[in-house]
Design a protein around this ligand. Structure first.
Ligand code: ADP
Ligand code: MG
Ligand code: ZN
Length: 207
C-alpha cells in the first residue's frame, strides 16, 4: 500500500520470515522513491555482514548501497536532514531505540521504511518489530515458500543447534517453514535484554 501525505512523514513496515522478500520489497520501494527524485538514505546494522556491509543484499542478489550503523541512534547522526526517504533493513537487529528513531524521523516529515523479521527462530515476536508495527501507518507482511511442503511460510526455521537469539546466516542455517512444518524446538534463551525506554537526549547522544 502506498500512502501520500503531502509534507507529512510516516512509517511503512515490511515484516515476515527469512526469504520472504522483505529486502527485495524495501529495495523496490526505495528505487521508486529515487525514480521520483526523492533524496534517499539507506541504513543497515553494521554487524549483519553476511554478504556485505555497505549494501543491502537480497537472497536473489538484488543490491542497494547502504550505510552501516552500530546503533539506531547513529541513524540520526548520519542523517542528512535534506533526506526525504529513510530505508532501514534488518530492523530486528536493532534495540528498541529504533522505534523512537523511526517516530522522530516520521514526526519530522520523513518517509521511513523499515524491514525486518517479525518472529524469531522460536516463532516469538522479535523486538523491536512488534512496537514498530504498532506505530507504523502501513504494514506489509511478506510470506516465503515452505521448504518442506510449498505452502506460504511465516516461520524462519533454524537448522543448526544454537541458543543464540541472533545467529546470522542464510541458506544452510535457516529455511522458511509454514505453521504446520515449523519445528521450534526447546526455547533456551528467554529474550534479549535491551533497555526499553530511552530519552530523546539518549538518542541524540547515540546511546
Ligand atoms: P528477506 O529479506 O525476507 O530474507 P530477500 O528479499 O532477501 O528476503 O529474498 C527473497 C528471495 O529469496 C526471493 O525472491 C527468492 O528468489 C529467494 N528465495 C529463496 N528461498 C526462498 C523461499 N523459501 N521462499 C521464497 N523465496 C525464496
Ligand atoms: Mg532481508
Ligand atoms: Zn509446510
Amino acid at each position: 500500500m502506498e500512502i501520500v501525505i503531502p509534507n507529512g512523514g510516516w512509517i511503512e513496515a515490511i515484516c515476515g520470515p527469512m526469504f520472504s522478500g522483505k529486502s527485495e520489497e524495501l529495495i523496490r520501494r526505495l528505487r521508486r522513491a529515487k525514480i521520483a527524485r526523492k533524496r534517499v538514505q539507506v541504513f543497515n546494522p553494521a554487524y549483519d555482514n553476511r554478504y556485505s556491509t555497505d549494501e543491502i543484499v537480497s537472497h536473489a542478489n538484488i543490491r542497494m548501497r547502504s550505510e552501516p550503523v552500530e546503533t539506531a541512534g547513529e541513524i540520526l547522526d548520519k542523517l542528512n536532514w535534506k533526506t526525504e526517504v529513510v530505508g532501514i533493513d534488518e530492523s530486528n537487529f536493532f534495540s528498541p531505540e529504533l522505534v523512537n528513531v523511526a517516530n522522530h524521523l516520521a514526526d519530522h516529515g520523513k518517509q521511513v521504511i523499515v524491514a525486518g523479521l517479525d518472529t524469531d527462530f522460536m516463532g516469538r515476536p522479535f523486538p523491536p518489530m512488534p512496537a514498530l508495527l504498532a506505530v507504523a501507518e502501513s504494514i506489509t507482511k511478506t510470506l516465503a515458500v515452505c521448504m518442506r511442503c510449498g505452502a506460504p511460510a511465516k516461520h524462519s526455521q533454524r537448522l543448526v543447534d544454537s541458543e543464540e537469539l541472533i545467529l546470522a546466516g542464510a541458506a544452510g542455517t535457516y529455511e522458511a517453514r509454514c505453521r504446520r512444518c515449523f519445528e521450534p524446538g526447546i526455547p533456551r534463551q528467554a529474550s534479549l535484554n535491551f533497555p526499553q525506554t530511552l530519552t530523546a537526549a539518549d538518542l541524540l547522544n547515540g546511546a
